[in-house]
Unconditional design. Structure first.
Length: 217
């Protein structure tokens, strides 16, 4: 039976520990995505690779919009330089992918488009700290896992400059601004955990969709 006393009991205050603990859980869960299982199982033929990169191009293009918007609109005293530095290191990488990949004629996928457009759209409706979480604790942290599986499956000879440059930088990109995630209120951590969970849910759905499209006939 639920008593009045029970329903009124306050939840424990959320802390930095809860935020990073949830991030660890989301990272661990991401490894279970069907895309990575297919990559490990050797299902990515050269044709599947070309389809994967065709659709991945939409993610790369929208990430450029996100990183430019985030920097352009930031006036937060401690994050302005961090966002600008990150922009400088990412600028133009979508063109690198476009130049490298084999061009194939495919119809664009509207689900991929909708999922990837979620990222730049968030830059209009979130705080700078939330944007740090979306980009650095979300996309960049996921990128390290994505490339961990994608490079052996798609570029085992490590010829791709696009993959190589992300392999070098993304370890640092995932930790940028972490010092600013200290000493926040419980309500702020609650909001950051919510946006973190949304980000990883989008990333998981996007990777699964990339898998389905890459392996389709
Ligand atoms: Fe990066």
């Amino acid at each position: 039976m639920i008593t009045t006393q029970h329903t009124l009991k306050a939840s424990p205050a959320l802390t930095r520990f809860d935020f990073f603990n949830r991030l660890k859980e989301l990272k661990d869960d991401f490894h279970n995505n069907i895309l990575f299982k297919a990559m490990v199982n050797g299902e990515f033929t050269p044709a599947a690779r070309d389809k994967f990169l065709f659709h991945h191009q939409f993610f790369s293009d929208q990430f450029q919009r996100l990183i430019m918007l985030r920097s352009a609109m930031c006036t937060h005293p401690q994050l302005e330089d961090i966002f600008y530095g990150h922009l400088v290191e990412e600028l133009g990488h979508h063109k690198m992918l476009e130049a490298e990949r084999n061009k194939i004629s495919l119809k664009k996928d509207i689900i991929i488009e909708a999922l990837t457009m979620w990222f730049p759209y968030q830059m209009f409706s979130t705080s700078p700290l939330e944007q740090l979480v979306i980009v650095n604790c979300g996309v960049e942290t996921a990128a390290l896992i994505i490339y961990h599986y994608a490079i052996p499956a798609l570029d085992p000879e490590k010829k791709s400059e696009f993959f190589r440059i992300h392999e070098i930088h993304d370890g640092y990109h995932q930790t940028m601004g972490h010092d600013l995630l200290k000493n926040l209120t419980s309500q702020e951590y609650e909001r950051l955990i919510a946006i973190l969970e949304d980000t990883w849910a989008i990333l998981n759905t996007l990777m699964a969709r990339l898998c389905t499209l890459s392996l389709a006939d």
